[in-house]
Design a protein around this ligand. Structure first.
Ligand code: GCU
Length: 345
């Protein structure tokens, strides 16, 4: 852990040095090759890292004489928001982050933090896999210096804590970490808990030291990020499905020839495919490990009770940010399609 932290500091200082010196990744040419840096928050065994290895493989197999792709896992180049800023300035070229972290750059992304937005993982996948529909949103940050290229599944989010959560009342008096997302803060408050926004990498220590009682995430957070060592109750509230996105620096993407751009886009699509293929098994393995080795208790709750508590947040969010209305309605339609399909079966 200590070594990791040291590494993180060194890497973060390096990254800061890039920014301060005004030296962008565009200047990173080594041995005649342009170095492409990608930052993400997960460990090397996470499906996203595997997806990014595919991204690297596709690019280097076709453009290897020109580009070398370097992947920096574990927030080594900084936590999500910092990493997005580095990508925005061009100090790094790509970053994978949850859309919750993009909200402060473009508030249309708040839509994904809406509690109980998607009514099934199938509807969620259908919406996210519709690249043509997503394009408008993905390009909405072009002016801010970055653009989303594709998405990665980040599962279904539920609460986990050092204290048992069986009903919404159990959240009262608990301090729960959320992503640095205004919408998620509002959601956790509506659930009746105190929200503590912080970077992903700080959660383990915060739970361990009792600064917070719990957090909310998919099952992989228990194992890949070791949160199951310190929080022993995971309650299936299933309150959000927040995608991660692969973000690229706009200037860099615009500097590519049309042929190169197509290769990068194809690499991104292949990375998504691989990540999606691996997700379910990874989540099942994480659950198994958390249950049997970390001794985390998994709790089935009455989801309707949790849903009732926060469903009003949906309308509040639309009233405060009418930009998300169109997408909200689109998602409702897809939800209904899948609900009808299920009823017919
Ligand atoms: C998930 C997600 C990350 C996100 C993290 C968090 O692990 O994949 O992108 O940063 O949750 O809660 O911060």
């Amino acid at each position: 852990m200590k070594t990791l932290k040291k590494l993180a500091c060194t890497a973060a200082s390096l990254a800061i040095a890039f920014t301060i010196s005004g030296c962008s990744s565009l200047d990173s040419i080594t041995g005649g090759k342009r170095i492409i840096r990608i930052s993400h928050a997960q460990s090397e065994s996470h499906p996203e890292h595997q997806g990014l290895l595919k991204f690297k493989e596709v690019i280097e197999s076709q453009l290897g004489d020109k580009y070398e792709v370097q992947i920096f896992p574990n927030e080594l180049l900084g936590a999500a928001q910092k990493a997005i800023e580095l990508c925005q300035t061009g100090a790094i070229d790509f970053v994978v982050a949850g859309t919750a972290n993009v909200e402060t750059f473009e508030d249309s992304y708040e839509i994904f933090s809406m509690p109980y937005l998607f009514t099934s993982p199938e509807a969620y996948h259908e919406v996210m896999n519709d690249a043509e529909y997503m394009e408008k949103l993905y390009e909405s940050t072009d002016q801010s210096g970055f653009r989303v290229m594709t998405w990665f599944d980040a599962g279904v989010r539920s609460f986990y804590s050092t204290k048992k959560i069986e009903t919404p009342d159990d959240l009262k008096g608990q301090k729960i970490r959320v992503q640095q997302s205004p919408a998620s803060v509002a959601m956790v408050k509506a659930f009746g808990a105190a929200a503590s926004p912080m970077a992903f990498g700080e959660v383990y220590t915060a739970i361990q030291q009792g600064v917070i009682q719990g957090a909310e995430n998919n099952e992989l957070a228990l194992t890949n990020n070791k949160h199951g060592e310190v929080a022993k109750y995971y309650s299936y509230t299933n309150h959000q499905m927040i995608p991660d996105v692969l973000i690229g620096n706009t200037k860099f993407l615009d500097s590519l020839s049309p042929e190169e751009y197509d290769i990068f886009m194809d690499a991104a699509q292949q990375a998504t495919q691989l990540e999606l293929d691996e997700w379910e098994e990874a989540a099942a393995e994480a659950t198994d490990y958390a249950k049997n080795t970390q001794k985390v208790e998994f709790i089935e709750v009455d989801i309707e009770k949790f849903r009732d508590k926060v469903i009003g947040v949906q309308q509040e969010m639309i009233d405060n940010n009418p930009k998300i209305t169109e997408m909200y309605e689109h998602i409702q339609k897809v939800n209904e399609e899948y609900e009808n399909k299920e009823d017919a079966e």
